[in-house]
Design a protein. Structure first.
Length: 187
């Protein structure tokens, strides 16, 4: 595990670009998004001053925004209110991931130093490896600004129900390393 983490950090030093987005002042962007001053954007969103945006949303001054979250969710789930506490394995990861509704996860009190490469939340069924799981939410890699006691609203991809996964990880996709994970349980 330590070798893989070292490899992940070594790859970070190479500064792999995330095309076709653009990023400035420590921001990261993917899929046509733009980010400035430490923000992160995915799927055409924009973020400034540490905000995060996904699926066309926008955020400024440290806020967060998403499209397709709780409003209008028509997917029922018997796991609403279930939560997973993230263990700390690497990079200071901790926090709580809660099933908000059949379409959304909410991550609260989230801490992570922002290091690694291509770091995502990944959900998986109990017996499956996280490397075979489903990526959800925005890119978490943010080397210029650590995540400190933050809240993320994470819309689930269409067709993915909370009833189909049992655990969650802050996962370095490139190196297949679990930075911190937990299993969902009833409140």
């Amino acid at each position: 595990m330590r070798t893989l983490t070292a490899m992940c950090l070594a790859m970070l030093a190479c500064g792999a670009p995330l095309d076709p987005g653009s990023a400035t002042a420590g921001g990261s962007a993917t899929a046509g998004g733009s980010a400035t001053a430490g923000g992160a954007a995915t799927a055409g969103g924009s973020a400034t001053a540490g905000g995060r945006a996904t699926a066309g949303g926008s955020a400024t001054a440290g806020g967060s925004a998403t499209a397709g979250g709780s409003a209008g969710c028509t997917t029922a789930s018997g796991r609403v209110g279930w939560y997973a506490d993230l263990s700390t394995r690497f990079h200071g990861v901790n926090g709580r991931v809660t099933v908000t509704d059949g379409c959304t996860l909410t991550v609260t009190a989230f801490n992570y130093d922002g290091q690694g490469i291509d770091v995502r939340l990944v959900v998986a069924p109990g017996a499956a490896s996280f490397s075979q799981g489903t990526e959800v939410g925005p890119q978490l890699y943010r080397p210029q600004q650590a995540w400190s006691n933050e809240t993320l609203i994470v819309p689930l991809p269409a067709g993915l129900s909370p009833d189909t996964f049992d655990k969650v990880s802050v996962w370095c996709v490139t190196a297949s390393v679990d930075f911190g994970s937990g299993s969902f349980r009833a409140p």
